[in-house]
Design a protein around this ligand. Structure first.
Ligand SMILES: Nc1ncnc2c1ncn2[C@@H]1O[C@H](COP(=O)(O)OP(=O)(O)OP(=O)(O)O)[C@@H](O)[C@H]1O
Ligand SMILES: [Mg+2]
Length: 348
């Protein structure tokens, strides 16, 4: 606490809504899920935890929402210690898990009513809240239908509604749009943006869609192998990458990458050359003007080029730079159960 010598007390800075410090977690079988996960989410903001399959996003959410305990580290959520006062944290938060928690055999309305009762709502107040949420999530017409007949988008909207029944301060959304078609995804994005804007909710969402993080989150932490590799606003992260990203694809993988890397990196205006099999990524001060020299150098080295693209830095490039591998490769490396990681639409 700050003390004040003056006559007026300075406005007390709002405490962060979520603070995780050096969380570690190893699952049986020696699977390291978290290896020093630290993050801070300021109250009233949307924070995106972006990472490939197996990065540790859900484990982080489980610990912060008191559903799992870390091996070490601390977590404070909505002003309460998640390890010593999990009950207090639970009252202050809403959770939308990666897998739906709704009862498929019950109707949407029944699911919401049950959830409300769990949080102590009764009678007219409960009915009012349920009606309000059905309306708000465009489920008023479907409220009397069993959830098993809902579309993926409807089910996910119900999941979010379930997380909001007791008006939490902090909402955790674990992959809110994975598996949704583009239309349902866009609708969910609008809804999340509205929750954050109109209702001032603090939202921590996890995603493996670069575009989603770019669009919704004021701050992003890129996670890889159980820890944050870089954190900042989407623009600041992209701004750190000078110039353009040039991606070249070779017709065949090169064997002798060292000399080739050196030759490419020696070209004027070219830096950060990364060769990985058939793919070459280069950062260039001016991508378009660097391409001819890059192609000529490759030709001299006997490496035939199949394709070349020039792009402004994207979050994928940020990921590549900090994690040392491409997002999609990290997903594949984990033997992705849903190999639909997308930069679709270009996360620029
Ligand atoms: N209950 C568990 N038992 C054993 N290993 C687990 C368990 N839960 C997660 N893991 C492992 O811990 C690591 C992190 O998993 P986690 O679910 O936190 O990742 P994630 O970032 O949420 O991935 P995804 O994008 O696939 O949801 C992975 O290697 C995973 O296989
Ligand atoms: Mg997960």
């Amino acid at each position: 606490m700050q003390s004040s010598q003056g006559s007026t007390l300075p406005a007390r800075p709002t405490a962060p809504a979520v603070q995780a410090h050096e969380l570690t977690k190893t699952y049986p079988g020696d699977v390291t899920a978290l290896s020093g996960m630290s993050l801070t989410v300021e109250a009233g903001t949307v924070f995106g935890l972006l990472g490939p399959n197996g990065a540790g996003k859900s484990t982080t959410v489980k610990i912060l929402t008191t559903l799992a305990r870390p091996d070490s580290g601390t977590a404070v959520v909505a002003g309460h210690d998640a390890l010593s006062h999990p009950d207090r944290v639970r009252r202050a938060i809403g959770v939308v898990s990666q897998k739906s928690g709704a009862d498929p055999m019950a109707t949407g309305r029944e699911n919401l009513q049950l959830q409300g009762r769990l949080y102590g709502l009764r009678g007219a107040e409960l009915n009012r809240r349920v009606d309000e949420l059905l309306e708000r999530f465009d489920l008023a017409g479907a409220g009397k239908r069993q959830v098993k007949g809902y579309s993926g988008g409807m089910q996910r909207r119900l999941d979010v509604a379930l997380g909001l029944v007791h008006r939490p301060e902090v909402l955790f959304l674990d992959e809110p749009t994975t598996g949704l078609d583009p239309e349902a995804r866009t609708a969910m994005w609008d809804e999340i943006a509205r929750l954050a804007g109109d209702e001032g909710l603090t939202i921590l969402l996890t995603t493996h869609y670069l575009e989603e993080a770019d669009r919704l989150a004021e701050r992003i932490a890129i996670v890889d192998r159980g820890r944050v590799v870089v954190e900042g606003t989407p623009d600041a992260l992209k701004g750190e990458l000078r110039g353009d990203a040039v991606h070249l694809e070779l017709r065949a993988p090169t064997q002798d990458t060292g000399p080739l890397e050196a030759a490419l990196a020696g070209l004027p205006g070219v830096h950060e050359v990364l060769i990985d099999g058939r793919r070459i990524s280069v950062r260039a001060e001016d991508g378009a003007s660097a391409v001819p020299a890059l192609l000529a150098t490759l030709e001299r080295a006997g490496a035939a080029v199949a394709a070349a693209t020039v792009a402004r830095p994207s979050l994928d490039d940020v990921y590549l730079r900090y994690a040392g591998r491409r997002f999609s490769e990290a997903e594949a490396a984990h033997d992705a159960p849903h190999a639909e990681f997308a930069t679709a639409g270009g996360a620029r």
